[in-house]
Design a protein around this ligand. Structure first.
Ligand code: 4AZ
Length: 253
């Protein structure tokens, strides 16, 4: 959730052709088998136009909710990184999801939200890792594109897996949580030299801003027109003076 009315996911989570009425966003859920949180209806979906299927660039989609959802302890936006933010290799981040606990094994009931802490692996390093023990992949072929970032360990062990797609790769940066990536793809799960691959959200900050800003709701706009604090405080003072004057008149009368 990047705003009280907008949610980010992976393009490959949106199966075309789709009907908006087929989608609901469950916000603040914890255990999928125990209905909780808020179910929000969807008013628009924007799949990035460059996305062309598994492993391609642009695996990102924006979902607009029909109405804004109030923030709670469990429903909260995450900050978007600016276009120029480079998450350094080794930075420790967190992936969350209800996906498989290993390849081919889905999360058992009551399907409690899982989390794993993983270090960032930059594009070039991740691309080299995918070439290790991969004779069918020409050395010159780039698998990890400009808009992808990886996370994981050289020997595998911990990873996102099928069903985690579209979920957040979140990193704490100067005290704020930033959305570094969206779970996108990978060769299997937790395999050595095959780290999880994420859509690099910073690469899409302009695209996201364009959609979210253009469609600010009248409520958002009117909030900007509310008098600022000093005006508010002075009108309050005027009102108190008025009350005092009335009070004095009553006493004198
Ligand atoms: C998937 O199929 C998927 N190991 C998601 C993440 C990873 C692999 C596959 C990363 O949704």
């Amino acid at each position: 959730m990047i705003d009280n009315q907008w949610v980010l996911t992976a393009a490959h989570c949106i199966i075309k052709p789709y009907t908006l009425a087929d989608y609901m966003v469950n916000l603040g859920a914890y255990q999928l088998a125990v209905p909780s949180g808020v179910l929000a209806a969807v008013s628009a979906i924007y799949v990035h136009p460059i996305y062309q299927g598994d492993g391609t660039s642009g695996d990102i989609a924006l979902i607009r909710l029909q109405s804004p959802v109030p923030y709670t302890d469990y429903i909260m936006n995450i900050c978007l990184p600016a276009q120029d933010v480079q998450f350094p290799s080794g930075l420790s981040c967190y992936v969350t999801g209800w996906g498989s606990i290993k390849q081919g094994v889905s999360l058992p009931a009551p399907q409690t939200l899982q989390m794993v802490q993983l270090p960032i692996i930059d594009q070039a390093q991740c691309n080299s890792m995918y070439h290790i023990n991969n004779p069918s992949l020409p050395a010159s072929q780039t698998l990890i594109q400009w808009d992808m970032i990886c996370a994981g360990f050289p020997n595998g062990q911990k990873d996102a897996c099928q069903g985690d797609s579209g979920g957040p790769l979140a990193c704490k940066w100067n005290g704020s949580w930033l959305l570094a990536g969206l779970v996108s793809w990978g060769f299997g799960c937790a395999i050595a030299n095959r780290p999880g691959v994420y859509t690099r959200v910073s690469a899409y900050s302009d695209w996201i801003q364009q959609h979210v800003a253009v469609q600010a709701t009248p409520a958002d706009i009117s909030i900007q027109n509310v008098p600022n604090n000093s005006t508010g405080a002075s009108s309050c003072l005027t009102y108190l003076l008025f009350l005092l004057t009335v009070f004095i008149h009553i006493i004198l009368w």
